[in-house]
Write a protein of this length. Sequence first.
Length: 417
Amino acid sequence: MKPILEIQNISKKFSIQHNNLPYLSLRDSVKTIFSNSKNKEEFWALKNVSFNVMPGDTVGIIGKNGAGKSTLLKILSKITPPTTGKIIGRGRIASLLEVGTGFHPELSGRENIFMNGSILGMKRSEINKNFDAIVDFAGVEKFINEPLKHYSSGMQLRLAFAVAAFLENEVLIIDEVLAVGDAEFQKKCMTKMSDVSKSGRTILFVSHNMASIKQLCNKGVQLQNGELIYNSTITKTIENYLSTAIKTSIDGMIPKNASSINTGDLKFTMFLLINDIEEPIDTVNYLAPICLYFEIESLIEVVDCFMDVRINTIDGIEVTHSTNKYNASNNINLKKGINSIKCKIKNSLQPGKYSFTIGIHLANGATLDYVENILDFNINNLSNKDKGDYIYNFKLGIVRFESEWETKSIEFGNKIK
């Protein structure tokens, strides 16, 4: 069986103009066209990316912001051409990259369905066949003859997704655009994409939500700085992506480029998992408390800030979130210079591997520093209460709550249950 998509050594170059002047005169603008300006910089958004997609595959494309994911999808969707390389496609492609792409605000919802379907290469008979299903899924039946400019952004998104998903194309390409929908709509879309996949059609899906990607996809492609660095099953690709995130060093020092969000007013400089005698560790027994140590270097004084710790599974599912925000006795005030903070979290995590994400915020919610997946750790299959080990050959959920059991009959009126 031949691949439905062959991506062969795709590269994409952009020219970035560095000019200190906010405006140029017409004469200056014309001069720059014919001059070899030293202010131009070449930027390669993609570099020799190659992989194949087989019919029926659902491929999750993952990577940090700026990795080249959206550029790749735009090339596959023929929105922009590659600088070098080629793509061999053996099927019609429908793409949903931005809300409203390919829609006209002055046309009605009905007219936009037919116009967008035609753009995607569908015959009018195919559009007619799926028209009622598209309108029903989008939930816009009442407004189907109204101009699209009167639709809310959510209605436009639902209609755009419905057209792309219900028409009979062989390949469906979807960017993170679904993240703007409400929770109910996102769930509906995931169910629909799962149905599309089961029908034998091919899906390429970009998202930062590892749980959604793992739920939908069977294959994974990881991009980093425009290059393909991993291509395997989705489980292995997610694990590789999370394991290659910037981590603390063995002494707990946080790399300068680790922050996902930072204002420059302060930064995390050290983060450690510690035991009862304050030694660094990477493993905690089941039911033992999780003890953390932070150092924060601040250029300002901060009153009543709040910190949060998020614990994720190694494949990106957020398990729990701890913060001092809702406990007045745990207020944190930071001085200029180095601040040391300890935190103890009750633990009922199942044995396995997990990762910490940490953040610090002002009282109004503004983020000062936020670092994702900064430290991996393990929960042992060993009880911390001298009750023996908890040994299973398979994992039963993510958390394990303690419970009390007794044999007892309860009398409810004349009935005993």
